[in-house]
Design a protein around this ligand. Sequence first.
Ligand SMILES: C[S@@+](CC[C@H](N)C(=O)[O-])C[C@H]1O[C@@H](n2cnc3c(N)ncnc32)[C@H](O)[C@@H]1O
Length: 354
Amino acid sequence: MNYIGSKYSLRDFLEAGILKNVNADCKVFCDVFAGTGAVGVHFKQKNFKIISNDIQYYAYCLNRALVGINRIPSFSGILDDLIPAAQSCDTIDTVLEYLNNLNGKSGFIYRNYCPGGTEGTEFKRQYFSDENGRRCDAIRMQIEEWWQANKLTEDEYFYLLASLIDAADRVANTASVYGAFLKHIKKSAMKPLQLKRLAIVESDEEHEIHNVNGQELVERLSCDVLYMDPPYNHRQYCANYHVLETIARYDDPDLKGVTGLRPQDDQKSDFCMKRRALPAFDNMVKKTSARYVFLSYNSEGIMGKDEILQTMGQYGQVDLMTRDYQRFRADVDRENRVYKADQVEEYLFCLNKQ
Ligand SMILES: C[S@@+](CC[C@H](N)C(=O)[O-])C[C@H]1O[C@@H](n2cnc3c(N)ncnc32)[C@H](O)[C@@H]1O
């Protein structure tokens, strides 16, 4: 998923920086601003017990699936419903094929985020093609129907939700985030929404996934390593990914304005606000019981490098690793996007707490 601040392409940099600093007896790794789960999945592969958290529910769903599931689910509760409708002999393929072949339904996503569903209303929106909006609704409703009928385990429910979030994002008619939609349906948004298999990392640890404000969570948690990857600028994730939040929750929110924003006051992050970011960060570092604290940040962030070093330095010895990072920015003209490459310095601050 093309997610703001994703660390997917920086996994090796993080692994090198983190593993070189922590003792071999460290077992519990907390990814408190987990986003797509890319970091948690990586350290799950390194045999840590992972505690993942994010304030957004779509991120919770992704982490609950990618980090929380340790074995490929069997979907035994629904297989009888699907055969002979589906042809595949692999269980997951059978379920995904069934969902991918459902007839579309005019549900919340179609009625609020598609041109056909919003035609003639105050705000005509085009986040998805009509066909994909209906596909998304049909799949989301079927997942919920199975879940309410106790036909899915919790792992299975979140496996399917995560797959739907990923699939919807691949066909979204946006420049990259959901702060705006494009005026014409772009090529990738014309492709049919298709659920795909998720890569599940096998593990014997019982990983924990949370969906709360990380500022409150840290003091309740016991972990060896606290990895912090907060937002680094004013762009709130709740505003930039509101459509994915609604697909995940499917809670019929009251939408506002041209972009159809859902209510989001309780999801606004202090880390996106100049006056609040540093005190919030200080408080988390102070309150955590973790022996090691790592912060991913970059040279364009709201908090300055020296302020961070000074803040962390109050609690122990700090080390800083840097790496130049090619960042791509969409130019103003969203319809004929031109991408400019920018060089940003990526930081990994390491604190050995005393
Ligand atoms: C830079 S992104 C993390 C990206 C992630 N490391 C990845 O690779 O996908 C920051 C994340 O912090 C979350 N967030 C912001 N404020 C938060 C808070 N107070 N508590 C928990 N999560 C928060 C956002 O929803 C967002 O997913």
